[in-house]
Design a protein around this ligand. Structure first.
Ligand SMILES: C[S@@+](CC[C@H](N)C(=O)[O-])C[C@H]1O[C@@H](n2cnc3c(N)ncnc32)[C@H](O)[C@@H]1O
Length: 432
């Protein structure tokens, strides 16, 4: 009977959470998202409005659990295994630019749509039946709709493929570029058992090449652009906001200090922190390729006294002696072996009390985050394996990394600022 009680409890929770969300929206004169072509594409509930924000997360978790119970374990597993077919229709829609061929207003017949899609693809014969089956499959995931028989129209989801450039590239990157690597993860694990090398990944195996991920990307301009735009779609979420970096760490406590922003790209994060903390100076290090006359970024005029863009390879001994070393979105891109090397290369510059501040991905203890967050972080962790043989880390993994690099590192704190997706890890150098 426990399962019957669980179903009843979930239904009650769904009803309660729905009421919290809809009451909030009504009070604010806002709408909920919908699949109607002109509907909202996401919930207009900022994380600051904590109660409805959390109610929506709980609603998603409860509906998913109730759905899973309704389907049942046996049918659920059968479905799970062949749901990879979702990527077939999505891939085809992306590759053949179907969203461009469907009018935003009104409908188009499969016949006319096929002619338009074929023309968009240099006359490649696709065929009405193939296109129809792909679209009708996609419609089961709410991409396009068929308001009357044989007439196709946009839904709010398919319209995103037309208008949202970063998201469109995210779709292409996942369905096109990572499709073969995903299918080769297990093969790569067999070919290179327990590898922590960035050149022994499923991307290397799938594309039969031996370059590390970023070198591989840079060989192909279209792929590189797609990756960059896809990362915008991923990183533009509120939880990745620069505000969380500026407000999530007590930068002011460093006093009159210099922060070395290692792998700091063109410095945009240092600029934001420097704006808020006038006592801090920043040395933003990155690879030489990012600092040629053609590639180097520009420090805003009012910050030139306090922020410098310089060159340093973080695998080589650190030469700048400073109070604080900062790494954002660096270590999650490397396996433990290489992270240990990066932390060891810092040692020559460290003095008693120097800080190392990491702002990076992190894994909560299983079952402690909301269902949506848990899925997102576990999926991201898998993708770190696919592309670079790296991983996301739990609090104790971070501590372990520093301990392996040098016992004189002492991890003081590992925390995730409220509403941030990214974690902070703070270590202090206890040696001389
Ligand atoms: C994911 S980006 C993070 C950039 C920035 N910290 C941020 O938070 O947006 C990784 C950065 O590390 C730099 N990088 C990669 N390998 C490096 C190396 N060996 N030494 C220094 N920088 C490196 C890349 O050029 C890139 O700017």
């Amino acid at each position: 009977m426990a399962s019957i009680e669980r179903m009843t409890a979930l239904a009650k929770e769904i009803s309660e959470k729905t009421a919290i969300v809809t009451d909030y929206l009504k009070a604010k004169g806002l709408d909920a998202p919908s699949f109607d072509v002109n509907g909202l594409d996401q919930f207009p509930i900022p994380p600051e409005d904590e109660v409805p924000f959390k109610a929506r997360l709980a609603l998603a978790a409860a509906t998913k659990e109730l759905y899973d119970i309704s389907v049942g374990p046996k049918e659920g597993l059968r479905n799970l295994a062949w749901d990879s077919a979702n990527s077939i229709s999505l891939h085809a829609i992306w590759e053949f630019k179907v969203a461009q061929a469907v009018p935003l207003e009104g409908t188009i017949s499969y016949q006319d749509l096929t002619a338009k899609v074929e023309a968009l693809n240099g006359g490649l014969p696709i065929g009405v039946l193939n296109l129809r089956r792909l679209l009708r499959h996609a419609m089961t995931t709410r991409i396009f709709c068929e308001p009357s028989k044989n007439q196709v129209a946009h839904s709010r989801v398919s319209r995103l493929l037309l208008e949202d450039e970063p998201l469109k590239n995210w779709v292409g990157f996942m369905c096109n570029d990572l499709w073969l690597p995903m299918a080769n993860v297990v093969n790569a694990m067999k070919k290179w058992p327990a590898s922590d090398e960035p050149t022994e990944t499923s991307v290397n195996l799938a594309y039969n090449q031996s370059l590390p991920w970023f070198d591989f990307l840079q060989q192909d301009t279209a792929l590189n652009n797609r990756y960059n735009l896809a990362m915008q779609a991923h990183g533009s979420a509120e939880g990745y906001s620069t505000d969380h970096v500026v407000n999530g760490y007590p930068w002011g406590d460093l006093g009159d200090a210099t922060v070395v922003d290692m792998g700091g790209n063109q410095g945009y994060i240092s600029f934001a922190i420097a704006e808020a903390f006038p006592n801090l100076k920043f040395i933003v290090q990155d690879q030489a390729g990012m600092r040629t006359p053609e590639t180097i970024g520009k420090v805003p005029d009012h910050l030139v006294e306090r922020v410098q863009l310089t060159t340093h390879d973080f695998f080589t001994p650190q030469t700048e002696v400073a109070e604080c070393y900062f790494m954002r979105m660096i270590l999650h891109g490397f396996s433990d072996k290489y992270c240990v090397r990066i932390l060891q290369a810092l040692v020559p510059a460290l003095r008693k009390g120097s800080r190392v501040v990491i702002n990076d991905g992190g894994l909560s203890e299983p079952g402690t985050a909301s269902y949506l967050e848990e899925r997102a972080m576990r999926t991201l962790d898998l993708f770190m394996q696919v592309t670079v043989n790296a991983r996301e880390r739990e609090a104790e993994d971070w501590a372990d990394l520093f301990a392996r690099a040098d016992p004189r590192y002492q991890v003081k704190r590992v925390w995730k600022p409220e509403k941030s997706v990214m974690w902070f890890i703070e270590a202090e150098w206890t040696g001389d």
